[in-house]
Design a protein around this ligand. Structure first.
Ligand SMILES: NC(=O)c1ccc[n+]([C@@H]2O[C@H](COP(=O)([O-])OP(=O)(O)OC[C@H]3O[C@@H](n4cnc5c(N)ncnc54)[C@H](O)[C@@H]3O)[C@@H](O)[C@H]2O)c1
Ligand SMILES: N[C@H](CO)Cc1c[nH]c[nH+]1
Ligand SMILES: [Zn+2]
Length: 443
């Protein structure tokens, strides 16, 4: 049974704290296993990747088969039905349009001292896109990973996806083709993250690795950070639904199960102000589980990590939501904006009874690669900005250096860094601001 927390219970605060501290994806064993895989791939390259692929994905191949070639992609595309390809194209169009709005502008200005200052944005050269594939296949995650990178202007898009038993959903390859992925490899887990970070004989390293995945993938990204960039840690899925008693319990049950079915360590939480509604949702979940294909996964997730929280008043919800900082937050109430205005920490918010989280997983437009495990307190979902970085620039002429340079000299001396002081003062001493220096200014 999932946890039940009642606001009026004297033990509520302790129980809520325990819910917050429940660990789903940070087991020590995962950390050590990943550490071993990363160092092995760094040392032995393809040979190690092939061994782990045989062990974890039951796929015995040679190095020449790691990459998925254009012919296999074309064959896969041909196997997809027209309606599904059309749905994929609609999703791609909407995702691209939303992300196009995120493209940042360069800017520069000349300040009061006459110094030219600014910021220039540029794309990273090569991005590694992790598309999960262990327990389900995610064509939608191909689009969510690749399209922001394309909008940003990344030149080399390298996608990895595990193919358990050698099986791959053709729509995953069709999505990669549609999104303009440059290289595809049939590998997953920590070994794929290692290959992207360190490079192997078959795969040149990338600059940044993005994308969701299970606990092994999330931990591998944590461990390679620094050698390469990473996006947020998007681990096992989560949903928090804030719902009043006017909802249909079947709708809310379906929403909670939509994320529970991702992973036995996914988490679904209901917050309501109506105890009878909470128990109707719980009954409905048991009903719906019976006919769900992925009932084993979903019921394990609901049993072990599910929770129902009953409050006296839904206006108590925002403070709890902010502490939970969920990946997805549904506000299934008549006027969601009242609660939304009071909430700051959530990866993505779904407003009103007619916005199920699943519409955001596929076609709404915003990214579904979102921070999990309370990382929404300090990070955001995948965006165009994850594939770009800023370079600042500074341009002094003789006059402006004369204005701000003396303070730099003084601070450099205060830090005991004589060469720093000298590199500024030498220019001031030789007449910055004077006739000769001005001739070379701003060329
Ligand atoms: N947050 C998001 O945006 C988002 C989006 C989609 C999916 N997800 C999440 O991604 C996850 C996908 O997980 P998945 O398992 O289906 O696919 P996955 O591709 O993340 O993981 C599969 C890989 O895990 C590795 N692995 C499995 N067991 C292992 C073990 N015992 N030791 C070492 N490595 C092992 C294997 O290498 C395997 O190839 C789910 O948790 C789902 O909720 C999150
Ligand atoms: N809900 C997942 C993110 O947690 C994304 C996804 C892809 N397909 C279905 N769902
Ligand atoms: Zn989902």
């Amino acid at each position: 049974m999932p946890r039940e927390l009642i606001r009026t219970d004297p033990d509520f605060d302790r129980q809520f704290e325990a819910l917050l501290n429940q660990k789903r994806d940070e087991a020590h064993s995962v950390r050590d296993v990943v550490d071993g895989i990363l160092s092995d791939v760094a040392r032995r390259g393809d040979a190690a990747v092939l061994e782990y692929t045989a062990r974890f994905d039951r796929l015995d191949i040679s190095a020449g088969d790691l990459r998925i070639d254009a012919a296999e992609i074309a064959q896969a595309r041909a196997k997809c039905d027209r309606e599904t390809l059309d749905a994929l194209a609609l999703a791609a169009k909407r995702i691209k349009a939303f992300h196009a709005h995120q493209k940042p502008q360069d800017h520069s200005y000349i300040d009061d001292a006459g110094v030219r200052l600014g910021v220039r944005w540029s794309a990273i050269d090569a991005a590694g896109l992790y598309v999960p594939g262990g327990m389900a296949s995610y064509p939608s995650s191909v689009l969510m990973n690749a399209l922001p990178a394309k909008v940003a202007g990344v030149e080399r898009l390298v996608m990895v996806v595990p193919t358990p038993d050698g099986v791959i959903n053709p729509l995953v390859l069709a999505a990669a083709d549609l999104a303009g992925v440059d290289e595809l490899y049939r590998i997953g887990g920590a070994q794929a993250v290692a290959a992207l970070a360190y490079g192997t004989e078959s795969l040149a390293p990338v600059d940044k690795i993005v994308g969701p995945g299970n606990a092994y993938v999330a931990e591998a990204k944590r461990q390679v950070f620094g050698r390469v960039g990473i996006d947020t840690i998007a681990g096992p899925s989560e949903i928090l639904v804030v719902a009043d008693g006017d909802n249909d319990p079947a709708w809310i049950a379906a929403d909670l199960l939509s994320q529970a079915e991702h992973d036995a360590v996914a988490q679904s939480i209901l917050i309501t102000d109506d105890a009878a509604f909470a128990s109707a949702v719980a009954d409905e979940i048991e009903q719906q589980l019976m006919s769900l294909d992925r009932r084993d996964i979903a019921s394990a997730s609901w049993r072990d990590y599910g929770a129902m929280i009953v409050l006296d008043d839904l206006m108590q919800a925002p403070a709890l939501v902010d502490r939970l900082a969920p990946e997805h937050l549904e506000l299934a109430v008549a006027d969601p904006d009242v609660l939304f205005a009071r909430i700051r920490h959530a990866g993505a918010v779904f407003l009103g009874r007619y916005t199920p989280e699943a519409v955001g997983d596929y076609v709404a437009g915003p990214n579904h690669v979102l921070p999990t495990s309370r990382a929404a307190r300090f990070s955001s979902g995948l965006s165009v900005l994850d594939f770009m970085k800023r370079t600042t620039f500074i341009g002094c002429d003789g006059d402006s250096l004369t204005r701000i340079g003396p303070a730099a000299v003084r601070l450099a001396r205060a830090e005991g860094l004589g060469a720093h002081a000298q590199s500024v003062s030498i220019r001031l001493d030789r007449g910055a601001g004077g006739e000769d220096s001005r001739k070379q200014d701003h060329q």
